[in-house]
Design a protein around this ligand. Structure first.
Ligand SMILES: Cc1cc2nc3c(=O)[nH]c(=O)nc-3n(C[C@H](O)[C@H](O)[C@H](O)COP(=O)(O)OP(=O)(O)OC[C@H]3O[C@@H](n4cnc5c(N)ncnc54)[C@H](O)[C@@H]3O)c2cc1C
Length: 428
């Protein structure tokens, strides 16, 4: 391969903190805020100009149930319910469902609420900032090198949380990562307007099936579509219907192609609507996402790989840091359809801390979708109410590792659970 040899350089340290969180979705924000509320000095790095990850950048607005499968016992609390409550005060969340309640968020308001959480906790934010590589000193991860408008800088920290979704920090540090051959496909979501009006004029109209109907030349390859009305919106609907089969979004070139293909498919959806349901007039396209919605890329190989059997049997873990009920939900990597497997034997499942501790790490944890889980377990824990809990737990664990001067693999799980409970997280 042709190469350019770069000159060795000295990189200025812009911040010296206790905990550096890389990736600022709700997962990363919750990690940062949880550590900061315990007294840690925290830096938070985010590539976008706002926080929230897939929820905000990719328009995915649904948080699933925080209760057990019967909808009786609260199994998720902490920063997740705190944010829902804060949004509710601004009429920026719609409560849906009966027994197992779920939430549709106004994700523009979520952006602002996350800004406030970060500011209140005195976390130092780095927006429009890309983590590019780790730096080690004395055999230990010592700094995250960033690139931003100012240039190339370093954030020195004692503990790190990789909440990039893609395990960027773990991978670039050379710790073990893996990627399944069949990753769940990415989707470019879109906010469309006027679908209710179309439905009023065209009996039986269903956008979820229309976009795959082979009688239209622009029809998408059969996949799966779902969507949700925008809370407080006026006939505005978030549709998740595109799929980029086989795209590996941890590969820069494939990510570029997936973004382009996602928007091409959105245009095809809009053309189907315009030409067949709108008399060739008007335009249904209201909002495109800032970024393609990525379901899965790399995972860190951690001390424990959470399995589907453990999940569906409600396996108890002494180091449980999160709970959930969302079913196994695997979007086919190659064609139509979604595989669902529901909890039957247990009222909720558990997520162990050991699935957040990368093998070989001393001062680094993962949180969010890059945790270690087999295909089935990942299909369930990947949703945001679960990722959120891993974020809060990683933030608390990072602080505990610092406070007890122990490697992340050796912190006291009982103390971790106790500290999480003190922060309002539910510990069962
Ligand atoms: C189309 C779609 C529909 C979905 N539907 C639902 C649903 O209805 N409900 C639900 O709960 N879940 C849903 N999911 C799953 C869920 O949204 C994701 O699994 C979850 O949001 C992942 O969170 P995360 O924090 O791990 O990653 P992300 O949300 O991807 O966040 C990673 C963050 O890190 C930042 N980042 C990455 N690399 C770097 C870097 N090198 N430097 C700086 N910053 C970086 C990114 O900009 C991003 O903000 C859906 C996913 C998709 C794609």
């Amino acid at each position: 391969m042709d190469i350019i040899r770069e000159a060795p350089r000295e990189t200025p340290v812009v911040a010296d903190v206790d905990v550096c969180v890389v990736g600022g979705s709700c997962t990363g924000v919750f990690a940062a805020v949880a550590a900061a509320r315990l007294g840690a000095k925290v830096a938070l790095i985010e590539a976008n100009g706002f926080f929230g990850g897939v929820a905000t950048a990719s328009l995915v607005s649904v948080w699933h149930s925080t209760k057990d499968i019967k909808g009786e016992q609260q199994v998720i609390g902490g920063l997740t319910t705190e944010v829902v409550d804060r949004l509710a005060k601004r009429d920026a969340v719609r409560f849906a469902g009966t027994a197992s309640q779920y939430f549709v968020l106004n994700t523009e308001e979520l952006k602002i609420e996350l800004d406030l959480l970060v500011a209140e906790a005195k976390v130092r934010p780095f927006l429009h900032t890309l983590f590019v590589t780790p730096a080690a000193e004395n055999g230990r991860l010592a700094a995250a090198i960033i690139e931003d408008k100012t240039g190339r800088r370093a954030i020195r920290a004692k503990q790190f949380v990789d909440a990039t979704g893609d395990a960027d920090l773990v991978a670039r540090l050379g710790l073990p990562v893996y990627k399944r051959d069949d990753v769940q496909p990415p989707t470019t979501c879109v906010i469309l307007r006027g679908l209710r009006a179309i439905g009023n004029q065209h009996k039986g109209f269903n956008v979820h099936s229309a976009i795959f109907d082979p009688k239209y030349p622009q029809a998408l390859k059969k996949g799966f579509a779902w969507g949700s009305a925008v809370p407080g919106g006026n006939d505005e609907y978030m549709l998740a219907g595109t799929r980029m089969f086989g795209a590996n979004c941890a590969d820069a070139d494939e990510l570029t192609q997936a973004e382009l293909e996602g928007r091409r498919q959105v245009r095809a959806i809009c053309d189907i609507l315009r030409e067949n349901f709108m008399g060739g007039k008007g335009n249904p396209l209201l909002t495109l996402p800032a970024k393609i919605g990525i379901r899965e890329t790399r995972h860190a190989r951690c001390l424990h790989t959470l399995t589907q059997d453990e999940l569906l049997s409600g396996q108890r873990f002494p180091d449980a840091i999160g709970y959930g009920t969302y079913p196994v939900d695997i979007h086919s990597a190659r064609g139509a359809g979604v595989t669902f497997r529901r909890l039957e034997k247990a009222p909720y499942y558990q997520i162990p801390y050991s699935s957040l501790v990368p093998k070989g790490a001393t001062n680094l944890l993962v949180a969010g979708r890059c945790l270690d889980a087999d295909e089935g377990a990942f299909g369930a824990v990947r949703v945001m109410v679960n990722c959120n809990q891993t974020g809060q737990a990683a933030g608390v664990a990072a602080w505990l590792a610092l406070d007890s001067a122990r490697p992340v693999a050796e912190i006291d799980a009982a103390k971790l659970r106790e500290a999480l409970a003190k922060q309002g997280a539910i510990v069962l």
